[in-house]
Design a protein around this ligand. Structure first.
Ligand code: SAM
Length: 341
């Protein structure tokens, strides 16, 4: 099959044999990549028009019990000043998100089970004050009871990247005691509780091979998440993997396009990590088939301490709106829930 046949097959059957996917992932021809993005863009526009969903991101806390080898907020990074926003601060951020006309707030933070339990009344209060606002959480692996309490308090969605679908690769990115098996069990629990679920991985993480990426794509295809979060790996100097090169933004864009064609209804953010490593990354992500952007509403005085990787950019609402207008897109005023077509 030539490349055009691959796009066509992927678009109309929403699948390809591994060799076809591998050929697309490995393709370095920028003309072909552009055709792939154009095909994904067409499918995105058929489903969502030229509207992009916004999610107001609140980086609630950088306190984390985990020690992921790539992540700047890992517990062994002693050079980081730790913070957690109080309930009032989170509510002020949610108010700012709502006031900006955005109808999803995302509360993200390091993995801290006690802190996450403390968020239950905060989630309930957001639900009470702004009944029509979607609440997304991204707080890592928590006990089932905590997920349940957060869901019952009114949370709608949960982002938990699987990070890599290959156990041996997972073990090279994480310390002993963390496992792919447990991560996937959490994803199953979240789904059972009725959350709209997001999964995903870094593009170009250390030791990642084409086979690993194929396994990631197949896992995502089997699970069928409502949201798919993918950004390039970006080194963070105070981590054990901080000397590895950043992931290739072109690979990230190809993954957006491939996954858009495989799961056309999914919600795919053009991520901060992509905007960090690629000039105009936010726009390029949208033009490759992403349909979500997460402007940052974390108070500026702590935002620098949510230091997942070097030179992390801050996606500001005004810039996002200008970027979207410059490519003929606009921000949607809706919550942007998942809908199966
Ligand atoms: N603690 C929650 C969790 O485990 O899902 C949410 C916060 S965690 C920092 C969010 C995501 O940041 C991770 O899933 C990971 O993929 C991404 N991340 C962490 N370090 C990164 C790095 N160096 N480069 C790119 N992405 C990174």
């Amino acid at each position: 099959m030539n490349y055009q046949e691959l796009f066509h097959t992927l678009r109309y059957t929403q699948d390809l044999p591994d060799e076809g996917l591998a050929a697309l992932l490995a393709c370095l021809d920028t003309g072909v990549q552009e055709e792939l993005h154009a095909c994904a863009r067409e499918v995105t526009q058929e489903r969502f028009g030229k509207e992009v969903y916004l999610r107001g991101l609140v980086e609630w806390s950088n306190v984390c019990r985990n020690d992921c080898l790539y992540c700047g907020i890992r517990k062994s990074n002693l050079s980081l000043a730790r913070y957690s926003l109080g309930a009032d601060e989170v509510l002020r951020c949610a108010d700012a998100v709502y006031g900006a006309g955005i109808r999803t707030v995302v509360i993200q933070g390091g993995e801290n089970p006690a802190g996450a339990l403390g968020l239950v009344p905060v989630v309930a209060e957001i639900r009470r004050r702004w009944p029509e606002m979607a609440i997304t959480l991204s707080l890592g692996e928590l006990p089932f009871g905590t997920y349940k309490a957060l869901r019952e308090a009114g949370a709608d969605r949960y982002l938990l990247r699987h990070e890599t679908a290959t156990s041996a690769h997972y073990a090279r990115l994480h310390p002993a005691g963390m496992s792919l098996e447990h991560r996937l069990a959490c994803l199953d629990e979240l789904r059972r509780l009725g959350f709209q679920v997001g999964m995903g991985m870094m593009a170009g993480s250390p030791y990642q091979s084409l086979e690993h990426l194929l396994a990631d794509i197949r896992l995502i295809q089997r699970f069928g998440p409502e949201m798919i979060g993918i950004g390039p790996f970006v080194p963070q100097k105070d981590t054990p993997l901080g000397t590895f090169p950043a992931g290739d933004p072109a690979l990230t864009l190809k993954l957006y396009s491939i996954l858009r064609l495989m799961l056309p209804d999914s919600l795919i953010p053009s991520t901060t990590a992509l905007a960090t490593v690629l000039p105009d990354g936010c726009k390029k992500g949208i033009l490759a088939g992403a349909n979500v952007i997460m402007p940052n509403f974390t108070p500026a005085q702590v935002s620098g301490s949510y230091n997942l990787y070097n030179h992390k950019s801050r996606q500001e609402l005004d810039t996002i709106k200008k970027d979207l207008a410059s490519i003929g897109y606009a921000a949607s005023a809706s919550r942007g829930d998942y809908h199966k077509n």
